[in-house]
Design a protein around this ligand. Structure first.
Ligand code: AP5
Length: 261
């Protein structure tokens, strides 16, 4: 195997040391092993359409920068695997997700507010999949002001729609350890078996074509306007997300390190 590919696969299959319990569970839970103190704690938002590779880049950036990946989608998927009171906001969030619709802003903002301490993580943070609406962006501004924190950048990944559909349709996830694979670009060593824990890989519930169509439409109508919102604030870092994960990581790191701080 080509050494670059080998390095890529090694990083992609290296589980995060941090269990992100504080983020996934909320309610004052502490992480078993928080990220190490870093020289510079990056505070980032990762923006971009479904399937563009935000989660993949968050994982790679975590290994490069130390910042903790904070995905709202992960909170909802994690909650779905736990017993929750019927009718609770988190239980209802799963219904929205499965349809490919956005979870209501009030639910999302409440969940984020409950996890405000994660924004003080000593490794820094990367918000993945939040904010997704104008109301969420305004809510994040207010929360950051309350916490006396500032974003360093909003990294916005883009890719043509056919490529997004190809990435989503080939995605397989591990229901146990949450590792993400792709049948063509990042296949597991044994087909349909997780490299990390040996579980049987699955399609994500919202990767059905009907739900993907709704997710892509929702991104264009509701989330894409945030590009201008953050450009106007001078925070936008646009990255073209074609090429390998390592190439996109390198482009992201170059762009971040050339910011005028
Ligand atoms: P969320 O979990 O945030 O999903 P998403 O934004 O739709 O993004 P995806 O996870 O589909 O894609 P990704 O960009 O992370 O790509 P990945 O790295 O996996 O949200 C899911 C749902 O939760 C929403 O639809 C909504 O219902 C709800 N929700 C979440 N947050 C919300 C909010 N704030 N407000 C309201 N509702 C909210 O990569 C995709 C595939 O491509 C993988 O197989 C990967 O291996 C492969 N791949 C990655 N990079 C490359 C590459 N460079 N080359 C080739 N293949 C690649």
């Amino acid at each position: 195997m080509h050494p670059a590919r080998e390095a890529h696969n090694a990083r992609m299959t290296t589980p995060l040391v941090n269990d992100r319990a504080a983020w996934l569970l909320g309610g004052g839970t502490h992480c078993a092993q928080p990220p190490a103190q870093v020289h510079r704690a990056w505070r980032l938002v990762l923006l971009g359409p479904p399937g563009v590779g935000k989660g993949t880049q968050a994982d790679l950036l975590h290994h490069s920068l130390g910042a903790c990946p904070l995905s709202t989608g992960d909170i909802f998927r994690h909650a779905h695997n736990r017993p929750l009171p019927a009718g609770s906001a988190l239980a209802e969030a799963w219904e929205y997700m499965q349809r490919g619709e956005l979870v209501p802003d009030t639910t999302v903002l409440g969940i984020i507010a409950e996890r405000g301490h994660c924004l003080h993580c000593r490794g820094g943070f990367m918000l993945d999949g939040f904010p997704r609406t104008h109301a969420q962006a305004v809510g994040l501004d207010a929360l950051l002001a309350r916490e006396d924190l500032q974003l360093d950048a909003v990294v916005c990944y883009s890719l043509p729609t056919p490529d997004l559909v190809a990435r989503i349709s080939g995605r397989r996830i591990c229901p146990q350890c949450k590792a993400v694979f792709h049948v063509a670009t990042h296949p597991p060593r044994t087909p349909d078996v997780c490299d990390q824990c040996g579980s049987h890989l699955e399609h994500r519930a919202d990767d059905r074509p009907e739900a993907v169509t709704i997710r892509l439409e929702t991104y264009h109508t509701t989330t894409l306007p945030l590009v201008e919102y953050y450009r106007a604030k001078g925070l936008l870092v646009p990255i073209e997300a074609s090429g390998s994960g390592e190439q996109i990581l390198a482009a992201t790191l170059d762009a971040l390190r050339s910011l005028p701080f």
